[in-house]
Design a protein around this ligand. Structure first.
Ligand code: DON
Length: 309
């Protein structure tokens, strides 16, 4: 068991909270700069459904890159491993999440993994549906199912703000279209991708999603299978090798759990067979990970031996 009481979690949260001062909220997507850098919240869910939380747990953040692991799961379920891994690779890059450099170096211009922007755009282009709206509904329904929460929607403001300023992602798409990794209209893909990134959740939703990955695709309580075990396994593997971007190695040493971060300050954690963790803390370090969120996980990992290694 990690924390035995909410009070214990609150003490750890207070300790980590001082680190929010060391980070900055993302502003390359203009609408994200409105987030409160001092916020920090956490929820932990156990396989028996018990939930502990601390901080402003109602505070919503957008999924941003956390959505990449969810669309990967959906694409694997819809199209299967062979199709997905024809378009995207398995290897960490060591580069920032929006880097373009390896796209030109690898052959045949296949993004190295599904957790960098190029790879996530390639995965999103595989999501099925006859229109952007239908494909987005498909993604949103899946997120609702994972979080066990029908009340999830997206921020039009954040989606539009990213769509209008997303020149680097546009460049990645055009590069991949030239090389046949994606075939669809670039503006439609960006419309879908920016909406997927703008889906709003709180740390409780993230923890609920985390426990499903932790339990190999089965929802605690109902025992419903939300995704096949091998899909959960593939996603958790990418979370370990690339989930915290070019800080994934250090995170594996310091914390040692499958996790996925987003530039809104969210972290989704899945401790295999033990619990799901959701964190929201918008102040980021220079690699785009929640600075206090990382600290929080580090303290928890040390105190309760979370590392799977
Ligand atoms: O594509 C982007 O740049 C954002 N929508 C998501 C990036 C992100 O969350 C990277 N996270 N650390």
């Amino acid at each position: 068991m990690p924390c035995k009481t909410v009070e214990e979690l609150e003490v750890i949260l207070e300790e980590a909270k001082s680190y929010t001062k060391e980070g900055k909220v993302a502003d390359y997507i203009p609408a994200l700069s409105k987030a409160n850098p001092d916020n920090l919240s956490i929820a932990v869910i156990y396989p028996n459904g018990t939930c502990y939380s601390a901080g402003c747990i109602k505070e919503k953040i957008t999924l941003q890159s956390i959505s990449k692991v969810l669309t990967l799961a959906l694409a694997l379920m819809e199209s299967g491993e062979d199709t997905v891994f024809q378009k995207v690779g398995y290897e960490p890059t060591g580069d920032p999440f929006n880097s373009i450099v390896k796209l030109e170096m690898s052959n045949p211009s296949k993004p190295l993994n599904p957790m960098i922007n190029a790879g996530a755009l390639a995965v999103t282009s595989m999501i099925k549906g006859s229109s952007v709206q239908e494909r987005f509904d498909n993604i949103l329904e899946f997120v609702k199912k994972l979080a066990g929460n029908d009340d999830i929607s997206y921020s039009e403001e954040v989606a539009r703000s990213e769509y209008e300023t997303s020149h680097l992602n546009r460049a990645l798409c055009h590069f991949m279209k030239q090389h046949g990794i994606i075939n669809e209209d670039v503006e439609e893909l960006l419309d879908l991708y920016t909406k997927q990134c703008a889906i709003e959740v709180n740390c409780l939703d993230l923890a609920r999603i985390g426990i499903i990955f932790a339990m190999d695709g089965v929802e605690p309580g109902t025992n419903n299978r939300i995704m096949p075990a091998h899909v959960a396994r593939i996603c958790k593997t990418f979370m370990v090798t690339c989930g915290m971007y070019n800080a994934s190695g250090e995170f594996a040493v310091r914390v040692g759990i499958p996790a996925k971060s987003g530039v809104s300050g969210g972290i989704l954690g899945a401790v295999p067979n033990r619990f799901g963790i959701g964190i929201s803390g918008p102040a980021l370090d220079d690699k785009g990970n929640s600075v206090a969120g990382l600290k929080l996980l580090e303290i928890l990992a040390k105190k309760y031996s979370l590392s799977m290694f």
